[in-house]
Design a protein around this ligand. Structure first.
Ligand code: SAH
Length: 330
């Protein structure tokens, strides 16, 4: 699709049913009916950055900060493997405590288990990414958040759009399966820029795309902003599936925060991945990137059981594979 076609679909709500069905069909033809579950470990909520929408921003003095050290991370990995996960995702704020040596050590230990490993730990240098890849990390997630450069600069004080883009191309060149994505509903975000986001995903040839609605957080400068629209986020996701047919697309947790059936609706509108939390209960509420996060009172076993039941109820199956991008199928 070209930019104009994407804009037309995003601006017209009369064809939404067609759009979601088309994305579902393309998902089935290209990546099949299996859903890949990735076990998410939120290992530190300490962050040096100031992203205006995010509750983990360093200026937020009201959240209680935590850091989970290597041995405890490994117990979550071990437990995830026991539950049947074939991928674990390590996510955190940009916490300088975990320098390259510490991360490399954690990566090496995790890779002793038979799992694929995704990192989502923010912007790094080429050499750091290379060290993570050499240590065995398979995938890396860095959402571009928005490709509207002006809006990007407004949302991310002291950060650079060019550096975020540079990270993504470095990751690609190093052979990471590279994930990106955007927020939908940031203040002053336009439909045109959402179309540009999708074209950017295509240009990068991203392997994974996570799309989520923006949810205002009380302890951020955007506390009074309007929240993102669930259906618009779903439309951006469905269009992403249509334009990148064979990639992995998660049904994001933020979607479920705005709609109690959000992840299942997403799985039926183009998504093929879910990332249940495998971190222990005591940390979940503290990893508050946005309020109203689901499952903060559940333990990892409950989350796995709950989502498995929902996935089976819509006639889909849980993959037993590591779930790399199926490049050969389209
Ligand atoms: N520090 C890492 C991980 C960030 S948290 C990094 O920079 O990549 C993962 C994602 O949460 C972010 O990329 C962002 O898109 C999303 N997020 C943060 N605050 C949010 C909010 N208020 N509403 C919805 N999503 C949010």
């Amino acid at each position: 699709m070209n930019k104009q076609e994407i804009i037309e679909i995003l601006s017209d709500n009369t064809k939404n049913d067609w759009l979601f069905k088309e994305a579902d069909k393309i998902r089935r033809e290209n990546v099949g009916d299996e859903v890949h579950l990735r076990g998410l470990i939120e290992f530190s909520n300490i962050c040096k950055r100031q992203c205006k929408y995010c509750g983990l921003r360093s200026a937020n003095k009201e959240i209680e900060r935590y850091r989970i050290l290597k041995d405890e991370i490994l117990t979550y990995v071990q437990n995830a493997v026991k539950m049947g996960y074939r991928t674990v995702v390590l996510q955190s704020g940009e916490d300088e405590y975990y320098d390259t040596d510490k991360m490399v050590e954690i990566i090496r230990e995790i890779k002793k288990f038979d799992v694929a490993l995704t990192l989502s730990i923010g912007e790094k240098t080429y050499d750091e990414f290379k060290a993570f890849k050499d240590a065995g990390a398979d995938r890396y997630l860095i959402r571009i958040e928005t490709t509207d450069k002006k809006l990007y600069q407004e949302m991310h004080p002291h950060a650079s759009f060019e550096n975020r883009v540079r990270c993504l191309y470095d990751l690609k060149s190093l052979g990471f399966e590279t994930g990106t994505g955007c927020l939908v509903g940031l203040p002053n975000q336009t439909i045109e820029s959402l179309a540009d986001d999708i074209l950017f995903f295509k240009e990068l040839d991203a392997d994974m795309i996570g799309i989520g609605p923006f949810i205002p957080h009380e302890q951020t400068p955007l506390k009074d902003a309007e929240k993102g629209n669930f259906w618009l986020a779903l439309k951006v996701m469905a269009l992403t599936r249509i334009n990148l047919p064979n990639i992995n697309i998660p049904a994001t947790t933020a979607m479920e925060t705005l709609n109690p059936n959000g992840r299942i609706i997403a799985l039926q509108s183009g998504a093929n991945v879910v990332m249940p939390n495998v971190t222990s209960k005591e940390y979940r509420a503290k990893y508050e990137i946005y309020p109203g996060k689901i499952c903060i009172n559940e333990n990892p076993e409950q989350c796995r059981g709950c989502i498995e039941g929902k996935i089976k109820a819509i006639g889909r199956t849980i993959s037993r594979e590591k779930g790399f991008r199926q490049k050969d199928r389209s």
